[in-house]
Ligand binder design. Structure first.
Ligand code: PMP
Length: 360
């Protein structure tokens, strides 16, 4: 059977070369006589896999030395709690920017632990834009500022990094990490569930400035304390070894593609092709203000939603899969992460043109 173009928002497509290599190494990883799945996380073989993955991620993102890279479990959703639990210290409030569904989830979780000041929101616009930085009402006493650089459901992406001065900036990069270069030094914490641009589900990447580690209260569970994981090189308990190994192969693959600059070039082009198609036909629409349109998640609607089922069925026959939009917004969504080949976007664009013509 041939592989399809899978436009899922996550778990999402992985580079074919990575899956092939994993399958070649499935029974016997480099002469060890066992699969990576079967290895002790404390053995030499896995330790080398883990160290290479971290080194490659550091190289890719130019992560400064005063940052730890943690390979955790629990998904980005667990970070929604770990952030206030670890960063509040003596403070009682934190600033949050609300740009969509994932911001809201982070806010709801933080409210269990502190006063949440929503310093800016784009809810009035139906989350079709990003609040201008000059409009943010930041609290200088906040423990941190949290935002979601790319909203996976709304398809809204920041085109700037806010400058929050001495207040640590925390970013949920689940659906944008590794899509382009970013200056890690501007952030206190960058976190991401792996299942979009990094690897399989089950692994969560946390890149954290060292000064933010070690401030959790005594009542914070060990597993939810950054210090626990930082002090044990993410091996306090059994880490998600196979997901870590696959993520390492993805980092290697991104390096081979030319790193994040090369990735960004392709990503920008793929997104532009899709938005151009949407904008050039009355048949399709995307509500997001152009400068804030996501490179990774492209939601769009058909003029007549009665045609949605037919669109999905015919797309599916061409191997264009998982285009159905999130249940909360309807319509379609094409997630075009790093592993989506440009040919996948080209095939989708051609199909959209053909479908519009046949159904107008
Ligand atoms: N934040 C964003 C931006 C997401 O897209 C997602 C998952 N779709 C999450 C958080 C939640 O991630 P997880 O399922 O890994 O907890």
């Amino acid at each position: 059977m041939s592989r399809v173009y899978n436009f899922s928002a996550g778990p999402a497509m992985l580079p074919e070369a990575v899956i092939k290599k994993a399958s070649e190494e499935m029974l016997d990883w480099q002469g060890e006589g066992m699969s990576v799945m079967e290895m002790s996380h404390r053995g030499k073989a896995f330790m080398s896999i883990a160290a290479k993955a971290e080194a490659d991620l550091r190289k890719l993102m130019a992560i400064p030395e005063n940052y730890k890279v943690l390979f955790l479990q629990g998904g980005a959703s667990t970070q929604f709690a770990m952030i206030p639990l670890n960063l509040l210290g003596d403070k009682t409030s934190a600033d949050y920017i609300n740009t969509g569904m994932w911001s809201k989830k982070a806010i709801a979780e933080a409210k269990r632990y502190c006063d949440v000041n929503v310093a800016a929101t784009s809810e009035d616009s139906g989350f079709s834009t990003v609040p201008e930085f000059s409009s943010w009402k930041l609290n200088p006493d906040a423990a941190y500022v949290h935002y979601t650089p790319n909203e996976t459901i709304g398809g809204v992406e920041f085109n700037y990094i806010p400058d929050t001065g001495d207040v640590p900036l925390i970013a949920d990069m689940s659906s944008t990490i590794l899509s382009r270069e970013i200056d890690v030094s501007k952030f206190g914490i960058i976190y991401a569930g792996a299942q979009k641009n990094v690897g399989p589900a089950g692994l969560t990447i946390v890149i954290i400035r060292e000064g933010l580690i070690g401030n959790a209260g005594d009542n914070v569970p060990a597993m939810l304390n950054y210090a626990t994981h930082a002090n044990a090189d993410s091996m306090y308990n059994t880490p998600p070894t196979y997901a870590w190994y696959l993520a390492g192969m993805v980092f290697d693959w991104v390096l081979q593609q030319g790193g994040l600059t090369a990735m960004a070039e392709v990503n920008e082009r793929k997104a532009a092709k899709l938005y151009d198609a949407i904008d050039s036909m009355d048949f399709y629409a995307n509500p997001v203000e152009k400068q804030y349109r996501s490179w990774m998640n492209v939601p769009f609607t058909l003029k007549d939603s009665e045609l949605d089922a037919k669109f999905l069925e015919e797309a599916g026959k061409l191997g264009l899969q998982t285009l159905k939009g999130h249940r909360s917004v309807g319509g379609m969504r094409a997630s075009i992460y790093n592993a989506m080949p440009e040919a996948g976007v080209d095939t989708l664009v051609q199909f959209m043109k053909d479908f519009a013509q046949a159904n107008s």
